[in-house]
Design a binder for this molecule. Structure first.
Ligand SMILES: Nc1ncnc2c1ncn2[C@@H]1O[C@H](COP(=O)(O)OP(=O)(O)OP(=O)(O)O)[C@@H](O)[C@H]1O
Length: 459
């Protein structure tokens, strides 16, 4: 039996695939703690599970899936057996899902450190810091405000309210605030909590009549980080308790950072007095990341996994995965697993193969408009310059490249293309097409750029 080399890659590839298919919670609960040993000839895979209850569950829910995945990847049947993990061995010893480390909340204090608040669970994930958060225009303001809060809690921007769509880094930013504060002042009482957990704490306190403890816990904090406050909607008792905690914390100059999927006034079914308090400090948005930021995130995250992602590949992926960072991470995970399993370098061809499902869903029609946008993005000029009369080389050349690609990749005629480039004559388009196709033969750099653009446009 071996857990090295190809056997490990096979297991790793299955885990990565499951990370894609399951919800984060299912993955973290059931799959992440597993380890496996794979027979040298890859005919058998033994998966170790912590206890009998989990073993039964994994047998019923996941064993068949794992076997099917392993067979698909290896090309031949792989028998999957389940076994109880030996007691002395930590269950999670082999490396499993790529990037998964950062998903699990851990306390910040490491072994040997005994801060004054030892025993108090802050629920912070120590991997989510300012250092691992890529900055871009999309999050610049929120990040600056968060750094300010971490450096001087209880002063400006209290509460700090961060809002934005899913997977854009709101939770990451919150943890970064908590981690930074604890690094500077280890005695601080910091708590990260999801709004649903707060609701559940209120319910428990209510059932067990332990509101004194509840208050002691929440009202004594130096920094409260509360995620997804939209979950307070329609929960009157929770809103009341949160209001009390809010007032108590602000009165003692403790800081509160909140996130939500919308700005305070957009929150539904939350009492007006709470909404107005949410909005009484600083409210900042996090936007979807722009292209360069997506590229930087991919390259950074690949490095964190000890992999090098060439810029042209990052560009290709970032062009195709636009919605949010969580999806970018998913795409990266697939590419890394695919590269490891097939023992191939990361290239555009490999990324295209690894992401084929995702790309085929997009199945985008190439339009002249799309070409103009993509080329403008790539050469960092404005899309409007594609139609403008401006003639400096920094603009004219990308415009000629876009015309060339429009002729290559669409069915449009020269006059139609000219029309779409600000009403230019068809001879101008013809000149551009001839010029770029001629130069393409001579200039390797241009040829490579065109190649990246074509790959990106074809998806
Ligand atoms: N700017 C960034 N740099 C590096 N990683 C990022 C960045 N933004 C987001 N991420 C990563 O993307 C993933 C999703 O981010 P996060 O969970 O913070 O999103 P969110 O806005 O809280 O989403 P949700 O509303 O769904 O909870 C995390 O793994 C996070 O580390």
């Amino acid at each position: 039996m071996s857990t090295d080399g190809i056997g490990e890659s096979l297991w790793q590839a299955c885990v990565d695939q499951l990370a894609q298919e399951l919800s984060e919670q299912q993955f973290n609960t059931w799959i992440k703690p597993l380890t496996a040993q794979v027979a040298d000839d890859l005919s058998r895979m033994t998966v170790f599970v912590a206890n009998r209850f989990k073993l039964d569950w994994i047998r019923a829910q996941y064993a068949g899936k794992i076997a099917a995945m392993a067979e698909k990847m290896y090309g031949q049947p792989v028998a999957v057996e389940l076994a109880l993990a030996p007691r002395e061995a930590p269950v999670r010893s082999a490396p499993v899902a790529v990037l998964a480390e950062t998903d699990v909340p851990r306390d910040v204090a490491g072994p040997g450190e005994e801060p004054a608040n030892a025993g108090f669970k802050n629920r912070l994930n120590s991997g989510l810091t300012f250092d691992t958060l890529v900055e871009g225009t999309a999050n610049r303001m929120a990040r600056a405000a968060a750094m300010h809060v971490a450096g001087m809690p209880g002063h400006l921007y209290n509460p700090l309210f961060i809002y934005g769509g899913v997977g854009l880094g709101k939770t990451h930013l919150m943890h970064a605030v908590g981690n930074r504060l604890l690094a500077d002042r280890p005695d601080s009482k910091v708590l990260y909590i999801h709004a649903e957990q707060f609701v559940s704490d209120v319910v428990k306190a209510y059932q067990r009549k332990t509101f004194d403890e509840f208050k002691e816990r929440y009202h004594s904090l130096d920094l409260l980080l509360i995620d997804d406050v939209q979950f307070f909607a329609n929960k009157d008792r929770t809103q009341e308790e949160f209001f009390n905690a809010f007032e108590a914390l602000l009165a003692k100059k403790s800081h509160i950072v909140m996130t939500s999927d919308t700005y305070p006034k957009g929150l539904a079914d939350i009492h007006e007095r709470l909404v107005s308090r949410f909005d009484s400090g600083l409210t900042v948005a996090i936007e979807p990341p722009e292209l360069e930021m997506r590229v930087a995130i991919l390259i950074n995250k690949a490095r964190a996994e000890s992999a090098e992602m060439p810029e042209e590949v990052a560009f290709f992926v970032a062009k195709n995965v636009r919605s949010n960072v969580r999806e970018l991470e998913g795409a990266l995970r697939k590419i890394l697993a695919y590269s490891r399993f097939n023992q191939k370098e990361i290239s555009i061809a490999l990324a295209r193969e690894a992401l084929r499902d995702l790309l085929s869903i997009q199945n985008r029609q190439i339009s002249v408009e799309n070409i103009q946008k993509t080329v403008a993005d790539y050469y960092k000029i404005k899309v409007a310059d594609m139609y403008s009369k401006k003639r400096p080389a920094s603009i004219a050349r990308p415009r000629q490249i876009a015309m060339y690609l429009a002729k290559e990749l669409t069915q449009k005629s020269l006059p139609e293309i000219g029309e779409l480039f600000g009403g230019r004559d068809h001879t101008t388009v013809l000149h551009a097409v001839r010029k770029i196709s001629g130069e393409r033969q001579q200039l390797t750099e241009l040829n490579q750029q065109l190649h990246v653009l074509e790959q990106t446009l074809k998806g």
